[in-house]
Design a binder for this molecule. Structure first.
Ligand code: AMP
Length: 277
């Protein structure tokens, strides 16, 4: 099977496949986490499209857009090895008209937790994801639980705007020592990486507790052990459908999410837990 590289929307139309189509949107610098999404897509559809696009709209001025890792040739090898049918890698000029004005607004869920730290980020994410859905017209799209609030917002967009696509969430892939795989991990020095491990340790410490206050306290206690190498942005225990804080009486699935800066690198992680009172 041949991998087709579509560099613009005309190429993409020419590469359109038969039967069920699954889309895996990425920003490239592909790792095992992305591979697991591609395998999930492959299991669900005969035709798999991976998009590789570092979306300027979801980076604020001063964030890492210009230094975001770009490893296109290696990414193509990964896609070839995983039996991907089409890699869609448009330029920013091809994606965004210079006179564009209409975009997607994420609403309240886009403004809290991760959205409070990154104003406008989720509007940028939803706008590009909606455009990718319209361009690729997938039956299924696969997203990682690693970006739990993004996944929740995409599900919300699909429901609120009646988009004809099934959203599949895939579990977070981790290193053996617990560090969640991320394209940004390649920025980390050996010392940074050691400090970054505190995030997954904190989540594990929280996950064994049974009530919201104990979960938060146990995770916070681990974060408090971190030295100046780690600057915590937030620790939140939230309802996965809304990302509102879970109250003490909360029951059902909850997400314990954390974000922190390690040196110049901002990392996020989360675990899903069940509160049954
Ligand atoms: P990104 O390239 O970072 O925008 O991520 C593209 C997709 O891969 C998103 O749906 C992410 O949630 C997902 N992803 C990133 N890291 C992981 C991971 N460690 N495990 C599973 N999925 C991931």
């Amino acid at each position: 099977m041949q991998l087709t590289v579509a560099r613009n929307r005309t190429d993409l139309v020419n590469a359109r496949g038969q039967g069920e189509v699954a889309l895996v949107p990425t920003m490239g610098a592909l790792h095992e986490g992305h591979r697991s999404l591609i395998r999930e897509a492959r299991a669900r559809a005969g035709h798999v499209v991976v998009s590789i696009f570092v979306n300027p709209l979801q980076f604020a001025p001063g964030e890492d857009f210009s230094r975001y890792p770009r490893t296109f040739d290696a990414d193509l090898e990964v896609c070839r090895a995983e039996g991907v049918d089409v890699v869609f890698a448009p330029s920013a000029e091809d994606m965004y008209r210079p006179d564009r004005q209409v975009s997607v607004h994420a609403g309240r869920m886009g403004e809290i937790v991760e959205g409070a730290s990154r104003p406008g980020h989720f509007d940028g994410v939803l706008t590009v994801v909606l455009k990718l859905f319209n361009l690729v017209q997938p039956d299924v799209a696969v997203f990682g639980q690693k970006d739990a609030q993004q996944l929740a917002l995409i599900r919300r967009m699909v429901a609120d705007l009646d988009l004809p696509v099934e959203i599949v969430g895939a579990p977070t892939v981790r290193e053996a020592d617990g560090l969640a795989l991320s394209s940004r991990n390649r920025y980390l020095s050996a010392d940074d990486r050691q400090a970054a491990l505190i995030l997954s340790r904190a989540l594990r410490a929280g996950a064994v507790e049974l009530t919201p206050s104990k979960i938060r306290a146990a995770a916070q206690a681990v974060l408090d052990e971190a030295g100046p190498a780690l600057s915590v942005d937030y620790l939140a225990l939230v309802d996965p459908g809304t990302f509102e804080e879970a109250g003490e009486a909360f029951k059902g699935e909850a997400v314990l999410a954390v974000a922190a800066r390690v040196g110049a690198t901002r990392l996020i992680d989360n675990v899903v837990l069940t509160l049954d009172g």
